[in-house]
Structures are given as structure tokens and as C-alpha cells.
Design a protein around this ligand. Structure first.
Ligand SMILES: C[S@@+](CC[C@H](N)C(=O)[O-])C[C@H]1O[C@@H](n2cnc3c(N)ncnc32)[C@H](O)[C@@H]1O
Length: 223
């Protein structure tokens, strides 16, 4: 069961009752997503690759996807965005989220498509931006090694410990091209250790409002 909550920057997030967990920081959903995924992830990746293949774990509200589309108006790269989501949110919730009113009404058609489009099919949100969603759990899904960037936006390690393990990070490392990176809002020491054990070079970066740090983990052949 989801309920909508308003975070401190005015943008919505979801509260998942069964898990007792919120989808984003209470200090600002848009602020957090922009900081962790767009600034530390997409802008960094933009400096290293001529086209960008993104994997998101999990799609949820679609906020990261729509912010990536927005940012691509500036960086103008060819982007393929794949998102895993085993527990899609209901349409009645999607229609109440306030992202389009905050980001610009021009994003309404794309935001609607992200949620209403069929699964497992590439959908053009713009001529240089293709989106595909996959109704699957990360643990079960088998992908190909062709990603430049992973948005690791799972629920926290205390709620979903099975997704923050060396085994899962080895799987994600195997999906990245060399110099590709994984970004996440979490900066726990144990997560850094598991990422290092899985072969990543781990960077601690300043976190979004209210958090000291976040993680960017880079795949390097030299490691
Ligand atoms: C912290 S929320 C973030 C969602 C989204 N990125 C957003 O900004 O709204 C975590 C998401 O991971 C999804 N999820 C849960 N278990 C998963 C799994 N095993 N594999 C992939 N995604 C999962 C949840 O349903 C939820 O949408």
C-alpha cells in the first residue's frame, strides 16, 4: 500500500506501509535524485562516453527517468534507459504525483508513457531517448554487458539486505562496460566493502541535503 508524501523541496515521494520505508529523502525527492543520479551519475558519465546506456534498479515513481530526460535536453546524448521494477505503482497514484507540475508541463506525455507503456519494448520518449521497462527482480533478471551507468535506487540495506551483497554487486559489475559506474544514495561502510569486494573502485562523494556522503563505484579493468 502506497501513500503520497510531500518532501521538503515540495516534490512528492511515496511511503510504502508494509516496508515502513519512503522512496526518497524527506529532505527533497527531486533534490536527492538530481544530486545522486543526475549530477554524480549522468553528468560524470557524459564526460566519458559518446552514447549512454543506463540501467535503473527500480523504476518506482519514474522520477529518475524523467529527470534524465530533462537533463538530456542539455547534454544531448543518445540515451537508452532500461528500468527494472517488479512492483509497479498503481495508475491512481501516478496521476497524483506532482513531478510534471514542478518540472514543466512539456514532460507530461513522456511521464505518462513511462508508466503506461508496455513492458519489454523500447519506447521513444524523444528521438535520442529510448526507454524500456522490465517487470522483473534484479536477483532474477539476466542482462547483457552493455551499460555505462547504473542508478542503484533499491530500498535501503536494512529493508532489502539481499540487494546490497557482493553477489549482486558482482552481477552489476559484470553488466557495466569498462569505466562505467554505479551511483547510489547509500554510503554505509558495509556497502562500500561489498562493492570493493565485487571489483569496484569506490568513491565517497558529498551527499544530498541531510546526508554527509553518497557512493559512486567505478568499474575499472586496472583494478
Ligand atoms: C527506493 S524505491 C526508488 C524508486 C524509484 N527510483 C523512484 O525514484 O521512485 C525502490 C524501488 O525498487 C523496487 N524494487 C523492490 N524490489 C526490487 C528488486 N528485487 N529488484 C528491482 N527493483 C526492486 C521497488 O518496487 C521500488 O520501486
Amino acid at each position: 500500500m502506497h501513500s503520497i508524501v510531500t518532501t521538503d523541496d515540495g516534490s512528492h515521494s511515496l511511503y510504502e506501509e508494509q516496508l515502513n520505508e519512503q522512496y526518497h529523502s524527506k529532505n527533497g525527492a527531486i533534490n536527492e535524485s538530481n544530486h545522486v543520479f543526475i549530477q554524480a551519475g549522468l553528468r560524470f558519465t557524459n564526460n566519458h562516453f559518446s552514447s549512454i546506456h543506463i540501467l535503473e534498479i527500480g523504476l518506482g515513481t519514474g522520477l529518475n527517468a524523467i529527470l534524465t530526460l530533462k537533463e538530456n535536453a542539455s547534454i544531448n546524448k543518445s540515451i537508452q534507459y532500461d528500468a527494472l521494477e517488479p512492483f509497479p505503482i498503481k495508475e491512481e497514484i501516478v496521476t497524483k504525483l506532482n513531478y510534471v507540475s514542478l518540472l514543466g508541463i512539456e514532460f507530461e506525455p513522456a511521464f505518462k508513457k513511462i508508466h503506461s507503456c508496455v513492458w519489454e519494448k523500447d519506447i521513444a520518449l524523444r528521438p535520442n531517448f529510448y526507454f524500456k521497462k522490465k517487470l522483473n527482480k534484479l536477483e532474477k533478471w539476466e542482462g547483457d554487458k552493455n551499460y555505462n551507468l547504473i542508478y542503484f535506487d533499491a530500498f535501503s540495506p536494512s529493508t532489502q539486505p539481499e540487494l546490497w551483497t557482493k553477489t549482486i554487486f558482482e552481477k552489476l559489475n559484470g553488466l557495466l562496460l569498462n569505466n562505467g559506474s554505479l551511483v547510489t544514495y547509500c554510503a554505509k561502510g558495509e556497502v562500500k566493502r561489498q562493492l570493493k569486494a565485487a571489483g569496484f573502485v569506490v568513491e565517497s562523494l558529498p551527499g544530498p541535503l541531510g546526508k554527509r556522503e553518497m557512493i559512486r563505484a567505478i568499474k575499472s579493468d586496472k583494478n
